[in-house]
Ligand binder design. Structure first.
Ligand SMILES: Cc1ncc(C[n+]2csc(CCOP(=O)(O)OP(=O)(O)O)c2C)c(N)n1
Ligand SMILES: [Mg+2]
Length: 372
């Protein structure tokens, strides 16, 4: 077992773990000193993520949401790491880390995004989460830019960027690593290594033994963490944030965190994983489930019982049902489709918008169904 102390000072293949899959504390020195309420609230948010995911997949199947990227299996990484941040830290995510939005209060409009409305992205901006990014890896340089801006302005905030194992094969990501290392930027590179990039396995993504060790080439620390252990992701993120902000020194440093985990479901609702992976592999990873191990820890330490668990499930169910009702009742303004692509829309687009407005003024919203 690794020695205690700074969890970032270990060799990159010495995976940090606080709770084993049974919920037993394996490295007591690393156990974060968090109030009981915070620990239970972390568990609540992880439950919320799991249930949100189930409901979102079902809504997509019923044609109420567009293509959706499921998170099940990855709650420990997303929730644990976001708990270690302050609310002003800037989070940039790929497209699967809904857990960061949940921890930041889950504005209900977030679901609107997945139903095709840009308003969802505006809502998460209010809680310092940047819009999701589909072009793999291309948001990582932007997150470095955010860190540079924060440092330049003397803001006490870190930039945290989530990306997948697949994203590490993109040139953008390496340019971002290099720039952050050279310019001493307060950025946390958080790699959610879920073993697959759609159908492409981790072993074919890189010949490196770990993703964490790539940090050495850029001159900063890389650490591997059990991404299905919310307390481990919490402690490494807290340590990396401390290093990024460097309160006692004058040299903020980036860190690469590789959170080893698994996605149980399909890549997106448009994917069929049975075409490329074996169900036995999924079952083996389910034995390490983040919710099961965290619940076991909370129960063993007297922080969770049946009554509290029932109350959490009920509250999660109600909060989600309310958000979903609002999304299903949402009546978008057709004008919205002309917004968001241009700061200053070109004349041709404005002419189309005005044409639609005139039609609606004359015929009401039935005009939208007319073939004119
Ligand atoms: C630049 C680019 N190349 C390819 C794609 C197609 N694509 C979408 S998601 C994905 C896999 C990304 O895998 P990973 O970074 O591991 O994230 P995960 O989906 O596993 O969370 C690919 C190749 C894309 N969206 N953008
Ligand atoms: Mg992946």
């Amino acid at each position: 077992m690794a020695s205690a102390g700074d969890p970032l000072s270990r060799p990159p293949d010495d995976r940090v773990q606080v709770l084993d899959p049974e919920g037993t504390v394996v490295e007591p020195d690393l156990l974060p000193d968090l109030p009981d309420e915070t620990l239970v609230s972390m568990y609540r948010d992880m439950r919320f993520c799991r249930r949100f995911d189930e409901r979102a997949v079902n809504l997509q199947r019923r044609g109420r949401l567009g293509t959706y990227a499921p998170l099940a299996g990855q709650e420990g990484s997303q929730v644990g790491s976001t708990y270690a941040l302050s609310e002003s830290d800037l989070v940039s995510y790929q497209y699967r880390e809904h857990g960061a939005v949940v921890v930041r209060g889950f504005p209900w409009e977030y679901l609107l995004y997945w139903a095709g409305h840009e308003r969802g992205n505006e809502a998460i901006a209010d809680v310092n989460v940047f819009p999701l990014n589909i072009s793999v890896g291309s948001h990582v340089p932007h997150a470095v830019g955010l860190a540079w801006g924060a440092k330049y302005r003397g803001d006490d905030r870190a930039s945290v960027v989530h990306f997948g194992d697949g994203a590490t094969s993109e040139g953008d990501v390496h340019e971002a690593f290099n720039f952050a290392g050279v310019f001493d930027l307060p950025v946390l590179f958080f790699c959610n290594n879920n073993q697959w990039a759609i159908s492409h396995p981790r072993a074919r993504q890189t010949a490196s033994r770990t993703i964490a060790e790539k940090a050495a080439a850029y001159g900063f620390d890389g650490v591997q963490v059990d991404g299905m252990d919310p307390l481990a992701t919490y402690v490494v993120t807290a340590a990396a944030r401390e290093k990024a902000l460097d309160p006692d020194g004058d040299r903020p440093r980036p860190t690469l965190l590789e959170a080893v985990q698994y996605r149980y479901g399909a890549h997106t609702t448009a994917d069929d994983p049975s075409a490329y992976r074996d169900e036995g592999e999924v079952e083996r990873w389910r034995q390490r489930d983040p919710l099961v191990r965290f619940a076991a820890f909370l129960r063993d330490t007297g922080r969770l019982d049946d009554e509290r668990e029932d109350a959490i499930r009920e509250e999660v169910e109600e909060t989600l049902a309310e958000a979903i009702d609002r999304v299903l009742d949402h009546e978008p303004d057709p004008d919205e489709m002309f917004e968001h692509a241009f700061a200053e829309p070109p004349a041709a687009l404005l002419a189309q918008r005005d044409h639609l407005r005139a039609l609606r003024a004359r015929h009401g919203d039935d005009a939208l169904l007319e073939d004119e």
